[in-house]
Design a binder for this molecule. Structure first.
Ligand code: NOJ
Length: 742
């Protein structure tokens, strides 16, 4: 129900926009639907470029990819002062995990399971982006992904719809703040609607084909959560949904998004996706534009289809003026809600740049959040944390590569301003221990293969043999070895699919040689996706996965490596044993012939001849420097009464050597349902901090809402009957009890 206040605001907005639109020509309306990239303007002169011509002529509604508040302000001034109707521009950018203060990549952020941390990241991003002229970010990316081959797995929150939905809401809250009224609150754009993360074979821009049940139960919830959190804009995805490119899919963009979910914001396409409908063999640009508009697309990113062809299509009666008006109104409403009609220069205060960008406060936030995202995968004989003494050899191509610390989508960062890992470790142990350094290896032996992985952030190559020799020489002088390696920043992200998920060849050999020295080795793993770590798990004593931790990597890694902070991150994506297992995810649908014994091959059950079914590291997994023991789970009753509740309690004790944070997880399984259901689904979790020796009762309250799912008729229901509830420290280490729902 809409409150009286917002009805008032709406009617004010409606009459403002109606009177504006009455004065608009068709060309001016089409201009509002056009969103070009200003990439070529990053270093150009704003008053003479092609983009400024478009602004002057009222032929664009906004732009993105322009860096620098002065340039942005100049373009806004053109729009406001030199056009007939003075309509301000939307200014967008991919501010995905920070503007200049860069936080960990989104996949890492999700491993904190800490929605407050994600909201904090988004808030800092909004402050810095808005101080630099940006009022609209193309974030969050909430595509569920279960295939580590897909490079864009780095940009999302992993494989789980429940956790993904909580994260989606946290991002939107952080960016949009209190209704986007503040000067440091910006418009958020949830993407890529929809199902992009299910790209077949993990190949980017590939086909997606999926049942409605799977969509509703598993892939759609995070987008919907963002809509419920009030996200202002939605970006359609590159992929097809039911064979129709998402950009022109009316079921998706109108029936589902607007009618079923009640979204009343603006829909923007992804980059050139209207134009690419012709490559799909679906429609040439003119017809594609007609179909995209009819489907519910409002803004055309970089196809020039709406601006270039809709006028003619209107003459030919292939579109109606009402359709164009509806899209134009939604673009204008978006600007209105953002407050741009009241103050077009809301985000153009040059004094804010210095004051509010890369501040100590923001950097502290990035450092603290980063420490929560690291996942301790292995720690034999409590090798970690390291003592600050003796000689520590830091070896690997990521050890002194400041330009590689921020991961994908960090083009707004300034890597000359932040430390490398080596610098961070050295300052952390100053006066107490010595940090020796060797690069150790190239990323790959083959220079050509390496090129694709260092496209924007180059790494100097050395001679393969000489690098290894130097590394072994350095290792020989050290008490302990920290191997900083894995993927470079540009091995994950858009268009960065891989078929081999092991650590690249040269680095693998380096690691093997280091382990062979017999000295204790810590693998500090840099990656934007799950990697295959069978050899590492079997042979390296300690593995700390630090993903891409952002501009404060050096300090954050030092905090955890030397025990100032105890790691608490847990995986939100399963780490496979083999590429052949993909897609791999914990919440798989029950099978008719499950494999109950992984130790042997079982004919006529669902297993592989040559590999186990289980992941190497499961969803929810992550170790700590301390240890937590779970008592027996207690249910308040064996029955969950209709309209009632059931409490599940477990006592968790920190019986290890330090204070620490544990993420206590609750999963459900529907024993019999109308359709085959997942073997388990996350339905709750609590992050608890426990002092050494302390215990706490952790209680979850279940209601019938937790039992609901979309059945074969897509009704959101629960079916009375038996359910299993599971509680534990990860998706595999659980204890189970059964209850009955009435
Ligand atoms: C293409 C990407 O798919 C999308 O995530 C991004 O926001 C746009 N390009 C704009 O840069």
């Amino acid at each position: 129900m809409v409150s009286c206040a917002s009805q008032g605001e709406n009617s004010e907005m409606n009459s403002y926009i109606s009177s504006l639109m009455e004065r608009m020509t068709l060309q001016e309306k089409l201009g509002q639907l056009n969103l070009p990239s200003g990439g070529d303007l990053v270093t150009g002169n704003v008053n003479s470029g092609e983009l400024s011509e478009l602004v002057r002529e009222g032929r664009i509604g906004g732009f993105f990819n322009v860096k620098g508040v002065e340039k942005i302000a100049a373009l806004q001034r053109l729009a406001v002062d030199s056009t007939r109707l003075c309509i301000p521009l939307l200014v967008g950018a991919d501010v995905i995990h920070g503007y200049e203060t860069i936080f960990p990549i989104p996949l890492a952020l999700s491993c904190s399971w800490d929605t407050a941390a994600v909201e904090r990241m988004a808030r800092v991003s909004a402050v810095e982006a808005s101080a630099n002229g940006i009022g609209w970010t193309f974030s969050p990316m909430v595509d569920i992904c279960r295939d580590a081959r897909w490079g864009r797995i780095a940009e999302g929150s992993g494989e789980d719809p429940y956790l993904g939905s909580l994260m989606a809401k946290a991002y939107v809250r952080g960016y949009q703040g209190n209704g986007m009224q503040g000067k440091d609150e910006i418009l958020s754009c949830v993407k890529h609607f929809a199902l992009y993360g299910a790209s077949e074979s993990g190949l980017d821009y590939n086909v997606v084909d999926m049942s409605r049940q799977r969509m509703y139960n598993e892939y759609l919830p995070p987008y919907r959560a963002a809509v419920e959190a009030g996200v202002g804009t939605v970006m359609s995805s590159f992929n097809v949904v039911d064979g129709i490119p998402a950009t022109a899919n009316k079921w998706l963009l109108t029936d589902l998004l607007r009618h079923e979910w009640g979204f009343n914001g603006m829909v923007v396409t992804d980059y050139a996706s209207i134009a690419e409908m012709s490559v799909y063999g679906v429609a040439p640009l003119k017809e594609a534009s007609v179909r995209a508009l009819a489907a519910g697309t409002d803004m055309d990113m970089c196809s020039n289809g709406f601006l270039g062809t809709l006028e003619e299509s209107l003459k030919e009666k292939a579109v109606t003026e009402a359709q164009i008006d509806a899209a134009c109104r939604r673009v204008l409403e978006t600007k209105y809600k953002l407050g741009l009609f009241t103050d077009p220069y809301k985000y153009c205060d040059p004094d804010r740049v210095e004051r509010e960008t890369y501040t100590d406060e923001h950097r502290t936030a990035a450092r603290e959040v980063a420490t929560e995202t690291f996942v301790l995968l292995k720690n034999s004989n409590r090798l970690l944390p390291l003592a600050k003494r003796g000689k520590i050899a830091l070896i690997g191509p990521m050890a002194d590569a400041a330009n590689n610390m921020c991961g994908t989508w960090s083009l707004t960062c300034n890597s000359s301003r932040h430390e490398s890992l080596l610098q961070g470790l050295r300052s952390a142990v100053e006066g107490q221990a010595e940090v020796l350094y060797a690069k150790g290896s190239n990323l790959y032996y083959d220079a050509e293969t390496e090129k694709g992985a260092v496209y924007i952030r180059p790494l100097e190559r050395g001679d393969n043999r000489a690098l290894l020799d130097e590394a072994l020489h350095t290792a020989a002088r050290a008490d302990v070895i920290v191997a900083a390696l894995g993927e470079s920043a540009e091995m994950s992200g858009e268009s960065l699919s891989r078929t081999n998920l092991e650590i690249p060849d040269a680095q693998q050999d380096l690691l093997k040689a280091l382990v062979k020295t017999g000295k204790p080795v810590v693998l500090l793993l840099f990656t934007g996706r799950p990697l295959i770590l069978n050899w590492e798990e079997a042979n390296v004593p300690a593995i700390l996965n630090v993903w891409y931790a952002g501009s404060e990597t050096g300090k954050a890694v030092a905090d955890v490596l030397f025990g100032k902070v105890t790691p608490s991150g847990k995986l939100t994506t399963s780490f496979p044993r083999a590429v052949g297992q993909l897609p791999l995810y914990y919440n798989r649908i029950s099978q008719s012939r499950p494999d109950d014994d992984e130790t042997v091959f079982n004919h006529y059950t669902s297993n592989y001849l040559d590999e186990k079914n289980s992941p190497l590291y499961p969803f929810g997994y992550g170790l700590s420097y301390t240890h937590f023991t779970y008592g027996e789970m207690r249910l308040s009753s064996e029955v969950l009464p209709k309209n009632g509740k059931l409490e599940v309690t477990v006592t968790v004790t920190n019986d290890g050597e330090t204070d620490g944070t544990e993420i206590v997880q609750l999963y459900l399984h529907d024993v019999f349902a109308e359709i085959a259901r997942p073997v388990k689904e996350l339905k709750g979790y609590q992050r608890i901090h426990l002092k050494q020796g302390a215990s706490r009762d952790v209680t979850f309250t279940l209601t019938e809402n937790d039992l609901k799912y979309y059945n074969s008729k897509l009704q959101y229901v629960y079916e009375p009957g038996e359910f299993d509830v599971m509680v534990g420290s990860n998706s595999q280490a659980v204890q189970t009890k059964r209850f009955r729902a009435e």
